[in-house]
Design a protein around this ligand. Structure first.
Ligand code: ZN
Length: 157
């Protein structure tokens, strides 16, 4: 993490900032999966974020999810928290989480129960104030969605 990246986050709410910085510095599930069932590569040219998401599926569940790549603190933290959030979830539920996360970042009015279902992911609500940063946070999710279809490449442009 460079000073520049830390500065970008200084306006976020303190608690939210702590969580994002922690995941940005020590990302969880940062590894390649052996024999992944799905894989996709995401690229955000505005920031330079690159993230590869891999998933292992068992029946209708996401058995495992992991990522590799190089992104800014927000992108890395988002990918890290995504892998934690979707692991063990039914695929349908993981897709719904994508929709809800997307709402959280692009639509000021959260819908009923959305914040509870998002759990720790609500820390990204603060990113909404920074439209350019929204793509950093949503890139891993767009990439995850394509990885479920084993779909290839994603770009935010
Ligand atoms: Zn970024």
């Amino acid at each position: 993490m460079t000073q520049h990246q830390a500065d970008d986050l200084q306006d976020l709410d303190d608690l939210y900032q702590q969580v994002i910085l922690d995941h940005g510095r020590r990302p969880r599930n940062f590894r390649a999966l052996e024999k992944a069932d799905g894989k996709a590569e995401g690229f955000n040219p505005l920031c330079g974020d690159r993230v590869t998401i891999e998933v292992k599926l068992e029946g209708d569940r996401v058995a495992d999810a992991a990522f590799t790549g190089k992104g800014c603190a927000i992108c890395t933290a988002s990918a890290s928290m995504l892998t934690q959030a979707v692991k063990g979830k039914p695929i349908a539920e993981a897709r719904r989480l994508f929709e809800e996360f997307h709402h959280l970042l692009t639509d000021a009015a959260a819908q009923d129960g959305e914040e509870e279902r998002l759990g720790k992911l609500v820390v990204f609500a603060g990113v909404r104030k920074y439209p350019i940063r929204v793509k950093c946070a949503t890139l891993p999710w767009h990439t995850f969605k394509v990885a479920l279809e084993d779909g290839g490449k994603v770009t935010t442009e």
